[in-house]
Design a protein. Structure first.
Length: 477
């Protein structure tokens, strides 16, 4: 394997030749695991359950265990002198393997700390925000990677163009990183350039108040290095704390700013717009994924790419060739009778934007949404806002809360949302009964939403819809 400059820098920076990941199956953790594996280091890890991602890691030659017992740690990773342990916040503090590594004085770093190390030896392009950051960072990475500028990228989703969450380049010192605000992770980064897409309160189990959440974004802006830039969505309620020599730009979809879209129009099912910069205008850009919210995400991504030297022709080609992200407005199944889409939206603002975009695509059709709330704390904190967003649907099927890292909270369940949903057609349902329930429904446009394990139901729903369509069972057109 070719040893490039990045590997030489890592060798000089630390003594580690082996990397063990606790929570290796996460979208961010798996990208890091792939990174070190691609650089020629030994990589292994633990995750609590099998998934598509863990299966891919195994196929790529990365050892993955699903047993938390200490004896499942491969022997070669039991030397604290040459093994770095990388931890996801989702791992419980009493995890047996974590306890072992602590007791034996291993160096343990959070994923964000390792990403921070990478940004300090490169030019980090960091995209932050309550929502929109995965799409914006993936579009940014695609624009740079397909251009003469190129880049490396650690993505929070699987880019359909590349079928991976990691991009590597030996020709570029730019690295695109999704800056996660959970657990204040993005405070570990050292950005060269940054985007803030939104700062709607979230993760109040960590921040407790909306003010504390906002202040965390303000601190993030203070980390941008002199000579760099912040590109901030126009109208966000934060006051940037920029170092001297950091430029500030604003952007929007169609509300003005240093970077914005103009003349947005739909032509034969495709969205076109003109991209406006502080000094230039690129006319008739075609959006590869024709969802209106992606105009705003594309403006932010194009601004970053433009500031880093991507040419007009490369910007135009890149936006038109972007094919989306797994679980972001994915059309899973489509026939002349039904459209089935799947989306990761799990915050009220995301749901509102997603449903609005789907309504824009299918203005005269009945939209049925299946939503799985993610986290008891988020449900408790935003139940009225969830109800308001879901009331934009024509019909709602609401699943039980996916707990993720949390224990149940007394009095908090999906009914907390459902009772305020202003729809006649609304139903509570368990995952186990969902497929049976769908057989009874007249479906036109069906969408699954959520960040939990609802994705495991997607192929089952798809197969059932295909069978029902073939059997000519009644569907509303």
């Amino acid at each position: 394997m070719e040893i490039d400059n990045w590997k030489l820098k890592i060798i000089k920076m630390n003594k580690f030749t082996k990397y063990y990941f606790l929570g290796i199956g996460g979208i961010g953790m798996s990208a890091l695991a792939r990174y070190f594996h691609a650089k020629g280091f030994q990589v292994a890890g633990y995750d609590r359950s099998e998934s598509v991602l863990t299966a891919e890691l195994l196929m790529e030659g990365i050892k993955v265990s699903f047993d938390e017992n200490v004896d499942q740690i491969p022997f070669v990773y039991t030397n604290s002198e040459n093994t770095l342990v990388i931890l996801t916040p989702a791992i419980q503090q009493n995890h047996p393997q974590l306890a072992y590594f602590r007791e034996h004085n291993f160096t343990i770093k959070k994923r964000a700390q390792v990403l921070g190390d990478i940004t300090r030896q490169s030019k980090g392009i960091c995209i932050a925000g309550t929502h929109g950051k995965t799409t914006t960072s993936t579009i940014t990475a695609h624009l740079l990677y397909q251009s003469q500028v190129s880049c490396n990228a650690f993505l929070g989703g699987i880019a359909n163009n590349y079928n991976t969450n990691l991009l590597l380049s030996t020709e570029s010192n730019l690295v695109v990183i999704e800056a996660d605000e959970y657990d204040r992770s993005f405070h570990q980064l050292s950005p060269y350039m940054a985007v803030i897409t939104s700062a709607d309160p979230d993760h109040l189990d960590i921040y407790e108040t909306a003010d504390a959440y906002r202040e965390s974004f303000e601190y993030f802006t203070s980390l941008i290095r002199p000579g760099g830039a912040l590109i901030m969505r126009k109208g966000i309620n934060i006051e940037p704390q920029l170092q001297k020599g950091v430029k500030l730009y604003t952007y929007s979809m169609d509300e003005g700013g240093d970077f914005h879209a103009d003349n947005i129009r739909t032509l034969k099912g495709e969205i076109h717009f003109d991209f406006v910069t502080p000094t230039d205008r690129i006319n008739d850009v075609r959006l590869g994924v024709p969802v209106r919210i992606n105009v705003e995400n594309s403006v932010a991504a194009m601004a970053l790419a433009w500031l880093n030297g991507v040419t007009t022709d490369e910007l135009r080609t890149g936006i038109s060739s972007f094919s989306g992200i797994y679980r972001r407005f994915n059309v899973v199944y489509k026939s002349d009778k039904i459209v089935y889409m799947d989306d990761y939206a799990h915050h009220p603002s995301e749901l509102k934007a997603s449903i609005s975009s789907i309504r824009n695509l299918y203005p005269d059709r009945k939209i049925t949404g299946i939503f799985q709330p993610h986290l008891f704390s988020r449900t408790r904190d935003f139940a009225p806002a969830f109800a308001e967003a879901l009331s934009q649907l024509d019909e709602l099927i609401l699943l039980d809360i996916y707990p993720a890292r949390e224990l149940p909270i007394e009095g908090v369940d999906s009914e907390l949302i459902l009772r305020n949903v202003k729809l006649k057609n609304k139903t509570l349902c368990t995952k186990e009964n969902l497929l049976s329930l769908l057989k009874e429904k007249e479906l036109d446009v069906l969408v699954t939403f959520g960040a939990g394990d609802i994705d495991k139901l997607v192929p089952l729903i798809k197969e059932q819809l295909k069978k029902l369509t073939i059997d000519n069972l009644p569907f509303t057109i």
